[in-house]
Design a protein. Structure first.
Length: 105
């Protein structure tokens, strides 16, 4: 049963799971690049039932191929991570101000 699930998942993953279809405009071609992570596990019951699996896919950037042969890497920007970093910095500042204010009293 476990091997059947892994074989089915392997069959569903195609050639374009890491590198996307190239997109050309003018003399420049962009090749999108992604990251795919697979994970899973099966339960330890005697009848070999139960289990979970997961797939995580995300864009990590694109290669730019110019007509003169130069290749450049353009990383994808994760806006959620930037916002989370700002919120963490703000929370740290608020806690530091609260501690400083309490010490003055």
């Amino acid at each position: 049963m476990q091997q059947d699930a892994l074989d089915k998942l392997k069959d569903q993953l195609g050639d374009h799971q890491i590198f996307g279809e190239p997109v050309s405009q003018g003399d420049t071609t962009l090749v999108p690049v992604g990251e795919v992570q697979l994970g899973g596990g099966w339960g330890g019951r005697r009848d070999d039932t139960g289990g979970r699996g997961g797939v995580r896919a995300r864009a990590i950037g694109a290669f730019s191929l110019a007509a003169d042969g130069t290749v450049s890497w353009h990383p994808a920007v994760n806006v959620n991570r930037i916002v989370w970093g700002g919120q963490l910095a703000l929370a740290t500042g608020v806690v530091a101000c609260a501690i400083a204010f309490r010490r003055r009293r």
